[in-house]
Design a protein around this ligand. Structure first.
Ligand code: NAP
Length: 306
């Protein structure tokens, strides 16, 4: 992977040659996932679109120049995640945990988890651990500046937020979980002697479909105005993910845009909240997530099974 210190003008044209590499991108049919998949394919990687709607995945993949395939994955259904993981056979250079939902009205996953935590964190937690024996390079998980919203913390006493649900609070908890997951995953990889690195990224503010599912007309209007006048485009939003996936960065790094309040700009290393840096909470979340999903950290992670 390339080494880059000058981030001021970093963009997808500076991706290294990825010919012969395989990347898997969750939520690749839309927004940042699509532009990430497109850039990786253009750089030569074979890109797997892991999507919940195969038809939409095929339509998106058909717009990409390069080698692609489409596979069904519903992160809000642990049966689907397990089927996906158990059918997997190939080495993966880059696992990009990108898919996400934001600020939904109260909803549940198939398994009865609060939907933002269940999709954004638990689905990716299970997927990553199932695929880890095949991963040779990086796991990049897409978080958000929302991990700081309202002094977010992991509500271990009420993870499904049954006692006090707010769409914002649930999104913040799920995105905080993405960062804690990365922290503990890297610790486990290091401890097991694996060369695989876990990193996190956030896109700043990018105009995508993410803001379309709030179910609240006023919030929707507010977000659409934001999209129109303040957001960067989805190509710029993918740059922190691409940078985390390909540049020579230490494990557990967090990459975001370098502009005002990390809303836009070129990718660079960024800070995180103290709640997202707590190794004790990260370990506890890991153990709880193993119990909730029934999926555990594999022994010999980073070593190919076949
Ligand atoms: P997007 O255009 O809505 O894309 C989200 C993707 O996730 C879509 O492909 C969606 O599939 C997929 N997805 C949702 N639920 C899924 C499930 N149960 N199983 C599998 N895939 C599922 O939004 P985006 O902005 O590109 O979001 C990408 C990531 O960036 C998310 O993790 C988000 O939290 C993060 N992020 C975005 C922003 C921003 O400003 N846009 C800011 C911070 C962080 P469908 O098309 O089928 O719904």
């Amino acid at each position: 992977m390339a080494t880059t210190t000058d981030t001021t003008a970093w963009d997808a044209t500076r991706l290294p040659d990825l010919t012969g590499r395989r990347a898997l991108v969750t939520g690749a049919n839309s927004g940042i996932g699509f532009t990430t998949a497109d850039a990786l394919a253009r750089a030569g990687a074979h890109v797997v679109f892991a999507v919940r709607d195969v038809e939409r995945g095929r339509t998106a993949a058909a717009r990409v120049t390069g080698s692609t395939e489409v596979r069904r994955l519903d992160l809000a259904d642990l049966v689907s995640v397990r089927e996906f993981g158990e059918a997997w056979q190939d080495p993966i250079d880059l696992l990009i945990n990108n898919a996400g939902v934001m600020m939904l009205p109260r909803q549940q996953t198939k398994d009865g988890f609060e939907r933002q935590f269940g999709t954004n964190h638990l689905g990716h937690f299970a997927l990553t651990n199932l695929l880890l024996p095949y991963v040779t390079g990086r796991v990049v998980t897409v978080s958000s500046d929302a991990h700081r919203w309202g002094d977010a913390r992991i509500r271990f006493e009420d993870l499904n937020l049954t006692l006090g649900y707010t769409p914002r609070g649930a999104y913040a908890q799920s995105k905080l979980a993405n960062l804690l997951f990365t922290l503990e995953l890297q610790r486990r990889l290091t401890e097991s002697g694996s060369p695989v690195r876990a990193l996190a990224a956030h896109p700043g503010y990018a105009a995508t479909n993410l803001q379309s599912h709030t179910g609240n007309r006023l919030v929707h209007l507010f977000l659409m105005i934001g999209n129109r006048f303040f957001a960067q485009d989805d190509r710029a939003g993918a740059l922190p993910t691409l940078y985390a996936a390909t540049q020579d960065l230490p494990g557990a790094s967090y990459v975001g845009p370098n502009g005002f309040r990390e809303r836009r700009g070129a990718p660079t290393l960024v800070g995180r909240s103290s709640a997202a840096s707590d190794p004790v909470v990260a370990r506890r979340l890991w153990t709880v997530s193993e119990d909730l999903t029934g999926v555990r950290f594999p022994s010999g992670a980073g070593l190919l099974r076949k």
